[in-house]
Design a protein around this ligand. Structure first.
Ligand code: ZN
Length: 300
């Protein structure tokens, strides 16, 4: 009997001991479970340190993550440089009008207003737009006093040297492709008989810091702006006019001259007239700043 008791003791007790032990461990785990709570800063840092999410552009999910908004990306955010011209003072405020001719046609409402009101404007043209607008090209060339024509690229591809999508448009993606977009635009301008461009504005007007350095090394100033006049030609007429009226001494206004079917163009034309009526002096980028000379326009 004693022997039996001795033999039974471990049989009877150990399971309970085991259970107690297991319970204790589970309790311990429950209590100290390393739960990842994103709201806790230290947890986040620890988690990131351990599971540092490497950005691999070749991964599909990362490719999808590349889409707008660009600022969510882990790489340096794209830049949209600000640009002003020298002030004219209260008596004669100076404003630079810059109009992009991305592709497509010419908005005659805007072109005719510039001509009839004698309003100076800097027009950024692409090789694509030059090909399909020979009549407007001739008009721009015939009035160098009124129009400065600058480089908006070859194929209207964002001048960003890594594979990103900006507003749904795939960027050039490499320094070589950025160079081709910039140089191709200049080649088309020279072939059409325009003077060598000194300013460059990429499609979407966004750049990576390194592509901005590259574009400057190619001999250009970056065509930034300070007032968005038509939000990519997507504003209504009244809204676009209102945007133009926001321009003050030293501002550089951006809008589009290639969307004749959009309502925005009507507002751009009205806004130009309103600025003139206010006594604004319209200046060209080449006169209002001193860009570096174009070092070399590569021959094709
Ligand atoms: Zn454009």
């Amino acid at each position: 009997m004693r022997l039996l008791r001795f033999c039974l003791l471990p049989v009877l007790v150990l399971p309970f001991m085991g259970a107690a032990k297991a319970d204790g461990f589970e309790l311990f785990q429950e209590k100290w479970k390393p739960v990842f709570r994103p709201e806790m800063r230290e947890d986040k840092e620890h988690f990131q340190e351990k599971w540092k999410p490497v950005f691999r552009p070749e991964m599909l999910e990362n490719k999808e993550g590349e889409s707008f908004p660009v600022s969510m990306k882990q790489e340096s955010p794209l830049l949209e440089p600000d640009l002003h011209v020298s002030h004219g003072g209260k008596a004669s405020p100076r404003v630079a009008i810059t109009l992009d001719a991305c592709m497509g046609r010419t908005d005659q409402r805007i072109l005719e207003t510039l001509l009839s009101e004698n309003i100076k404007a800097t027009i950024f043209v692409t090789a694509r737009w030059i090909r399909t607008n020979p009549d407007t090209v001739a008009i721009l060339k015939s009035r160098p006093d009124l129009f400065e024509v600058e480089n908006h690229g070859q194929n209207h591809i964002p001048a960003v040297d890594r594979p990103v999508s900006v507003y749904g448009i795939a960027a050039a993606g490499s320094p070589e492709a950025v160079a081709e977009e910039v140089n191709g635009g200049a080649r088309a301008m020279l072939a059409a008989g325009f003077p060598a461009p000194r300013w460059f504005r990429g499609a979407t007007a966004k750049y990576s810091p390194s592509s901005m350095t590259q574009i400057r090394a190619l001999g250009y100033e970056i065509g930034g702006y300070s007032v968005n006049g038509d939000s990519g030609s997507l504003l209504g007429a009244a809204q676009a006019e209102k945007q133009f009226e926001k321009a003050r001494d030293g501002d550089v206004v951006i809008a589009h001259i290639n969307q004749p079917t959009h309502a925005a163009g009507e507002g751009v034309a009205a806004g130009l007239k309103a600025l003139k009526a206010r006594g604004v002096t319209f200046v060209l980028l080449k006169d209002a700043a001193s860009p570096k000379a174009l070092s070399a326009v590569p021959a094709n």
